[in-house]
Each structure stands twice: as structure tokens, then as C-alpha cells.
Design a protein around this ligand. Structure first.
Ligand SMILES: Nc1ncnc2c1ncn2[C@@H]1O[C@H](COP(=O)(O)OP(=O)(O)OP(=O)(O)O)[C@@H](O)[C@H]1O
Ligand SMILES: [Mg+2]
Length: 213
């Protein structure tokens, strides 16, 4: 089966240090099993609360812990940029836009660090840094932080065409007071429609807290 992969320079280094890593991962996927040896640990998780994702894997290699989510390639997952390759693209674009916004408007919101995306037959994978924190919708988070996510979501729709940036798709690190966005999709609509959507999101933010970014 054809296998296609794109990756960041950080993941390239991990692969160079562990030349069999991808082969081991594909084996684990094919057998629907976990995989362990002295260098690599791949744990398959069958249960997902996710709607569109089939399985997920946690890869431990050296000091790295990587979360891999598997998404079937269908018309719908392609269209909404939910396949591994497409979501990787959105994450990288959004990462860049958030950095630029941060230069004029410090916000302490990041996207999860992407590592790789792969396509294998009818399925796809997105590998990213494993995040230990709970999602924002699953914990007590100050109103100010919730509003901040809405403002960033507004800006992301306009400047990065990235959508679905909600509390269930973001982790919150209270120690660093940081929001980590991890499951954005793409908004393909025309600019005007995107702006209208963005304003719908913003409507719920109290004007005084916008200054508290
Ligand atoms: N980088 C990560 N590190 C750790 N866990 C992650 C990571 N990315 C995703 N997860 C886990 O996978 C779950 C669902 O992920 P995701 O939002 O990408 O899928 P989904 O199909 O959109 O699910 P949902 O509809 O619940 O949002 C999260 O609750 C989280 O437990
Ligand atoms: Mg999600």
C-alpha cells in the first residue's frame, strides 16, 4: 500500500536517531496491536471519544512522547481538513499566524507542535507532541481565559482560515497560563462569510475582557 509522509525537522531528527520507527509504527497499525522493544513503545488506544477518528497511538521514543491520531480518508474528512495531511497543514499555518499576532498582541496561545502527517491507503495519521493537560471544557478555567480563546478563534478564522477552535479542541496549562489549540479545521468560505462567522463567535465575549488578553 502506498505510504506518504511529511514531517518537521524535529521529527526528521527523531527518525534519524530511530531508523525503524515508521516501520514499527506501520506494523503496529496493520496488526492493530501495541508494539514494544528496548527503544520504542507504541501503545494503541482503541477507544476514542472522537467522532471522526478511529484509533490513536502513543509513541514513546527516547525522551519524546508523541500522540498519533488516525482519521479515515473520506469525502467529508477531506473537505473539512480533518485528515492527517490537511490538519497538519492547518496547524502549521495557524502556528505562523499566532506567532505574528503575538508580536503585536501577546496572547500566550499556541497550537500543539505538529511532528508528521502520513497517508496510508484509505487512512491517515497526524503525529504531534503529546499534551498531558485536560481539555478546556473539562476543567475549571477563568472566564478571562475562555474569552481569550474566543478572541483568538475570531482572529484565526479571519487570518488563518482556521475554524472549530473551541474549548473541546484546546488544552489549558494552568501553570503556564497557556492555551494549546490541537484540533482546528479549515474554513474555506469567502472572506465576508468568515468575518460573519468570526463575529458570531465574538458576540459572546464581554467587551471589557477583550483588553485583558
Ligand atoms: N496532542 C495530544 N496529546 C494528548 N491527547 C490528545 C492530543 N490530541 C488529541 N488528544 C486526545 O484525543 C481526544 C480527541 O481528539 P480530537 O479532538 O482531535 O478528536 P475529535 O474526533 O475531534 O474528538 P472530539 O469530537 O471529542 O473533539 C482528546 O480528548 C484527547 O484526549
Ligand atoms: Mg476535536
Amino acid at each position: 500500500m502506498a505510504f506518504k509522509i511529511v514531517y518537521t525537522s524535529k521529527f526528521e531528527k527523531i527518525m534519524n536517531d530511530n531508523p525503524q520507527l515508521i516501520v514499527k509504527f506501520i506494523q503496529a497499525h496493520k496488526r492493530k496491536e501495541s508494539y514494544f522493544d528496548s527503544n520504542v513503545e507504541i501503545v494503541r488506544q482503541e477507544q476514542r471519544n472522537g467522532f471522526f477518528h478511529n484509533a490513536s497511538y502513543i509513541i514513546r521514543v527516547g525522551s519524546e512522547k508523541i500522540f498519533v491520531k488516525e482519521t479515515e480518508i473520506t469525502e467529508e474528512t477531506e473537505k473539512f481538513y480533518m485528515t492527517g495531511m490537511k490538519q497538519y497543514e492547518v496547524l502549521i499555518q495557524l502556528q505562523d499566524v499566532l506567532q505574528k499576532i503575538g508580536k503585536v498582541y501577546p496572547h500566550n496561545v499556541e497550537v500543539v507542535e505538529p511532528y508528521f502527517a502520513a497517508t496510508y491507503g484509505q487512512t491517515s495519521f497526524l503525529g504531534m507532541k503529546y499534551i498531558e493537560h485536560k481539555r478546556m471544557n473539562e476543567k475549571v478555567v477563568p472566564k478571562r481565559i475562555r474569552n481569550k480563546l474566543k478572541v483568538i478563534s475570531f482572529l484565526a478564522v479571519i487570518f488563518a482560515k482556521a475554524g472549530d477552535i473551541t474549548e473541546r479542541n484546546a488544552f489549558y496549562d494552568e501553570e503556564k497560563n497557556k492555551i494549546i489549540i490541537y484540533d482546528p479545521i479549515k474554513h474555506e468560505e469567502r472572506l465576508l462569510k468568515r468575518i460573519v462567522n468570526a463575529f458570531r463567535t465574538l458576540k459572546y465575549v464581554q467587551s471589557d475582557s477583550i483588553y485583558g488578553l
